[in-house]
Design a protein around this ligand. Structure first.
Ligand SMILES: Cc1ncc(C[n+]2csc(CCOP(=O)(O)OP(=O)(O)O)c2C)c(N)n1
Ligand SMILES: [Mg+2]
Length: 319
């Protein structure tokens, strides 16, 4: 089915917004302006943008330690996200969560998560709730290749398969879990093949092709909405930066790094949209410029916002 022009432009804008956010975080973190730890999503934008473009506002997502892209694609505002990274009171978690815990339940963001694969049982709970309430809300559950080697993955997908929960599992196969390559950590070329073990569909897609991701995840979501159960979608991609900011990346060759950069999903989609007559060079440049300006404002907002008061330390915190 043809995608409307506005939707195509929106997907492009989301990808550029994510990249601009991540590039700015890279810079501000290096300058010592952001406390804590950050894991950047740059290079993987087509997955979050393509997948989330299928969602309704009342659908849910669960995210990961590398979550900025998912949150932006689900409608998270860059100023409130930046404020959270800066530890400021105006952030989504009032400055107490930081990069790896951003949540905004009102727009279906059930949270980034520092614990690898922890989003899988949370997605199970959200999907079970939708099923029990009799709604057709779906949950999009993002996680990495490394997460698929945990018990949470196997238990979570198995349970979702027998209960036919409305979930789409999106594996972001960026070839590494920290420094461990997938080729070392598993014996199969396509992680989507693990779906066979649970009797659910498994699809492998080029994770740097936003339209391919959009289509495959869209079909899986339609299936989930109809009550036909979960799907495993593996998106093959690569990350631009290190595992975390500060990672020296000695485990990656220069050639590998350059090949990854050549696969950049953003210029690829831009070229396609121009060829399709959806955007002109000028329109695309304007989007880039708007995002740079948005991020300048987001950083200013974060810088000028107050830190939480010491007496607020235990407010809004639960264990
Ligand atoms: C339960 C748990 N074990 C280990 C870690 C440390 N850790 C953080 S990220 C990561 C690798 C995750 O790899 P993957 O799932 O492929 O995601 P990616 O970082 O590549 O996006 C590990 C082992 C953790 N945060 N939680
Ligand atoms: Mg990985």
């Amino acid at each position: 089915m043809a995608i409307e022009k506005e939707k195509l432009i929106d997907m492009y804008r989301v990808m550029v917004r994510i990249r601009t956010f991540e590039d700015r975080v890279f810079k501000e973190f290096a300058a010592g302006n952001i406390p804590g730890f950050v894991h950047l999503y740059a290079g993987e934008e087509a997955i979050a943008a393509g997948a989330c473009a299928n969602l309704r506002p009342d659908d849910y997502i669960t995210s990961t330690h590398r979550g900025h892209g998912h949150l932006i694609a689900k409608g998270g505002k860059t100023d409130r996200m930046m404020a959270e990274l800066y530890g400021k009171k105006t952030g989504y978690n009032r400055g107490k969560g930081g990069s790896m815990h951003i949540a905004e339940v009102d727009i279906g963001i059930l949270g980034a998560d520092a614990i690898v694969a922890a989003g899988i049982p949370i997605a199970g709970g959200a999907a079970l709730s939708a099923q029990m309430r009799g709604t057709d809300q779906v949950t999009l559950c993002f996680f990495g290749d490394g997460a698929t080697n945990t018990t949470r993955f196997h238990e979570g997908v198995n349970l979702a398969s027998i209960w036919k929960l409305p979930i789409v599992y999106v594996i972001e196969n960026n070839v590494y879990a920290e420094t461990t390559p997938v080729s070392y950590a598993m014996n199969i070329p396509n992680i989507a093949d693990r779906a066979v073990a649970y009797g659910i569909p498994g699809k492998t897609v080029d994770g740097n092709d936003v339209l391919a991701v959009h289509e495959v995840v869209g079909e899986a979501l339609a299936r989930a909405r109809k009550g036909e159960g979960p799907t495993l979608v593996e998106c093959k991609t690569c990350r631009y930066y290190g595992h975390y900011e500060g990672d020296t990346q000695t485990y990656r060759t220069k050639q590998e790094f350059e090949e990854c950069r050549k696969r950049d999903p953003i210029p690829r989609f831009r070229k396609k949209l121009i060829k399709m007559g959806v955007l002109t060079e000028k329109d695309a440049d304007k989007i880039n410029q708007e995002m740079l300006e948005e991020l300048d404002k987001a950083v200013k907002f974060a810088e000028e916002s107050p830190f939480p008061e010491p007496r607020e330390t235990l407010e809004d915190v639960y264990t």
